[in-house]
Design a protein around this ligand. Structure first.
Ligand SMILES: [Zn+2]
Length: 300
């Protein structure tokens, strides 16, 4: 697998292993290196970590996890000797899953699930060989975070603050990371697949998700590192947020009018998709809009 490296700023480097794996990001601060997320491929992540330690000539001091999903944490083996930081919610979920989903039996089931989704992954443009490699979960070893926090945790000194916030949209335990001095936002899966928002399943809490997206507007951000996919300009993310917001407004209105699920895509506001989808066609986002509509309809 090719390790694609992006030098986002002088002090922030991220890597995109595959669309299947969450991005792994390295932040260089005075005291050492802080990584955000551990991806999915143990050996590739280890190589990235070693390369960064060499590049900056520093040791790794923390691993921050944005949330508990396997594609962001399964690659953590080379980080087991540093303190791991996550939201309290994420810490609790991982602690619980160590006895269930993350046992060797649980990992086997994950592996089967990945392989069962082959058609879907192919549709996303991911090669069969890549899915097969990822689904082996070679050397996966998981440890629960040592440090938890409720709403916010700040690392680094005054000039190089790293602000970790519990956002809880994509998954209830989700966190986002902001570094004002670098004007970089690391979104975890609150925003992912860089060019295609809202695609890849609905957020667990779209209230929290909207709040997170809205709060980003108050930050001074130039570059965004999404949960998956290449880093992207904030302008694009801002447009995506507007699109998603308008879409929700439109869907709520259609819901009030009790419009049939099959007819909602006729609405101009939903068809006005600004994105440059890297999916093969737009069936995927249409499917998600329909799923979202169904969910809104099921709410009181
Ligand atoms: Zn996720």
């Amino acid at each position: 697998m090719i390790l694609e490296i992006f030098n986002v700023t002088k002090n922030i480097v991220t890597t995109k292993l595959s669309d299947l794996c969450g991005n792994v990001t390295c932040i260089n601060i005075e005291e050492g290196l802080i990584f955000v997320d551990a991806g999915l491929l143990v050996n590739e992540v280890k190589k990235f970590k070693q390369a960064m330690e060499k590049k900056f000539d520093k040791k790794t001091i923390f691993l921050i996890l944005t949330h508990n999903h396997p594609d962001h944490i399964f690659g953590m083996k080379s980080f087991l000797n540093v303190p791991i930081i996550a939201t309290n919610a994420c810490k609790i979920i991982i602690e619980e899953k160590l006895d269930t989903d993350f046992t060797s039996e649980g990992l086997k089931q994950f592996s089967e699930q990945y392989l069962q989704n082959m058609e879907f992954f192919k549709y996303m443009g991911i090669k069969e060989q890549e899915v097969n490699e990822v689904a082996k979960f070679v050397d996966v070893e998981i440890k629960a975070p040592l440090i938890g926090f409720k709403d916010e945790l700040i690392l680094g000194n005054e000039n190089e603050k790293i602000i970790i916030k519990h956002s809880g949209g994509h998954s209830l335990d989700s966190a986002t990371i902001y570094m004002p001095s670098e004007e970089v936002l690391i979104t975890g899966d609150e925003f992912y697949h860089s060019l295609v928002p809202l695609l890849g399943g609905l957020p667990e809490s779209y209230e929290n998700w909207f709040t997170a997206l809205k709060n980003w507007e108050n930050l001074s951000v130039k570059q965004v590192i999404p949960g998956h996919g290449s880093p992207i300009d904030y302008d694009y993310v801002s447009k995506a947020r507007q699109f998603v917001e308008n879409m929700f407004d439109a869907l709520n209105e259609l819901k009030e009018k009790n419009v049939d699920e099959e007819d909602i895509l006729e609405d101009e506001r939903l068809r006005n998709y600004y994105g440059k989808s890297n999916w093969k066609d737009d069936q995927w986002w249409k499917g998600n809009i329909k799923a979202l509509y169904k969910r809104l309809k099921n709410e009181k």
